[in-house]
Design a protein around this ligand. Structure first.
Ligand SMILES: Nc1nc2c(ncn2[C@@H]2O[C@H](COP(=O)(O)OP(=O)(O)OP(=O)(O)O)[C@@H](O)[C@H]2O)c(=O)[nH]1
Ligand SMILES: [Mg+2]
Length: 402
């Protein structure tokens, strides 16, 4: 892979602190936006947060705030302003006019990262479809932008015509990509059917929680893992054997807060792996301060995929990186989230979630990996017996267990 030596673009981040949202929460959201920005290859230079009930319909943040941001942009050589929510076409137009730099919203940023990360033609086709779908309603705004760059020549009439031409080209492109994806879908579903009688287990979870690292640990394979968001876009499937029991394990794209809807739709065949699996292994990064909200978002996304009711195991990963503020004995202030120790969290989760098996591990140091293997063995065996009651050649009670 050749990286070109473009100077790193300087970005500012803009978010809203909505009613009912703690400041700490908003900070965490902007932290994530900042991580996304770095993953996309730009440098986050400054953050602007405003308390608002709803986003301003014209400029997302209020007019005073946008003027303050405009000053900062002018004084500090800012290339891009990145907004934490999806902007409407007219908001993009208005903000661009005021700030005079490139405007990106969260959706656009995520699409950009997916586009950079897509390696196979399948992933590229899926991302491209989502990108065109995002672009279609926003063409008018882009045209104004081009017009302005040309110093206003071209006037209104011809401009509108060109938008129509562009729209038609993009619509054609969208339907072409959809046809291509349908073909790929058919191929992939045939491939999946040919895998024979094996229980299928899917690793799911928020992005960057350690799914690929866990895949490598369990399958002794070498899947790409790194400390960036969306390191994995394509699904990898490996045969794993625990004790005498083989099953298929798949690693797939991670979820995130406000995952663009078009992206979820166009990643249908990638996510079919999740939809068609027999068991979900929901990986959670317990060292992340927002892990509880991440669990919620993953569960919502699973519900969207129609996979919320599948049997699942919750794996709390990264226990080696977990830290907490131990409270002194004589400290009488109320216990807060950050005062919970790992033992406290274990107790709480096991009590709270009686429907799921829970295990605490480190995919990095392999701590408790055996406990997870044992749990997987039991669950897969249970499902295997339910699904293939007459197929008992895989094990009998004399064979060794892990
Ligand atoms: N400290 C610690 N780091 C871990 C652990 N497991 C994974 N990591 C690190 O977390 C980062 C993300 O790991 P990945 O395995 O790429 O995570 P993923 O869930 O596959 O991420 P995406 O594919 O980007 O959604 C990497 O830098 C890993 O080295 C762990 O148990 N402890
Ligand atoms: Mg991964």
């Amino acid at each position: 892979m050749i990286e070109t030596d473009r100077p790193v673009e300087r970005a500012i981040l803009v978010g809203i602190n909505f009613p009912g949202q703690e400041e700490r929460e908003t900070e965490e959201y902007i932290d994530e936006l900042s991580f996304l920005t770095e993953t996309a290859g730009a440098e986050p230079v400054k953050r602007f947060v405003q308390k608002l009930n709803i986003p301003d319909p014209r400029t997302f943040v209020g007019s005073g705030k946008i003027a303050e941001i405009a000053h900062y942009v002018a004084d500090n050589r800012i290339d891009i302003a990145i907004f934490d929510d999806e902007l409407s076409p007219s908001q993009i137009r208005n903000i661009e006019k005021t700030l005079g730099c490139r405007i990106l919203d969260r959706t656009n940023l995520i699409l950009d990262i997916f586009a950079r990360r897509a390696r196979t033609s399948h992933a590229r086709t899926q991302v491209e479809l989502a990108q065109y779908q995002y672009l279609l309603p926003r063409l008018a705004g882009m045209w104004t932008h081009l017009e302005r760059q040309r110093g206003g020549i071209g006037l209104r009439g011809p401009g509108e015509t060109e938008i129509e031409t562009d729209r038609r080209i993009i619509r054609d492109k969208i339907s072409l990509l959809k046809t291509q994806l349908k073909k790929i879908d058919v191929q992939m579903s045939t491939q999946r059917k040919n895998r024979g009688k094996m229980v299928r287990v899917a690793l799911v979870g928020y992005t960057n929680v350690g799914k690929s690292t866990l895949m490598n640990l369990l399958s002794k394979s070498d899947v790409f893992a790194e400390n960036k968001l969306f390191a994995t876009l394509d699904t990898t499937v490996r045969k794993v054997v625990i004790g005498n029991l083989p099953f298929l394990l798949s690693d797939t794209v991670g979820f995130i807060r406000k995952l663009p809807h078009d992206l979820v739709k166009s990643f249908k065949s990638t996510l079919d792996e999740v939809r068609e699996s027999d068991l979900l292994v929901h990986v959670v990064d317990i060292s992340h301060p927002g892990f509880e909200e991440q669990i919620k978002i993953v569960n919502e996304t699973l519900r969207d995929l129609g996979s919320a009711d599948k049997p699942s195991i919750i794996v709390f990963n990264k226990i080696d990186a977990f830290s907490y503020d131990a409270k002194a004995e004589d400290d009488l202030t109320p216990v807060r989230k950050e005062n919970y120790s790992l033992a406290d969290l274990k107790k709480t989760w096991m009590a709270k979630d009686k429907n799921h098996q829970v295990v605490f591990i480190s995919a990095k140091t392999h701590e408790n990996a055996e406990e997870l293997r044992k749990l997987l063995y039991d669950e897969v065996k249970r499902i295997h017996i339910l699904r293939y009651p007459y197929n008992d050649f895989l094990y009998n009670d004399d064979t060794p267990r892990p």
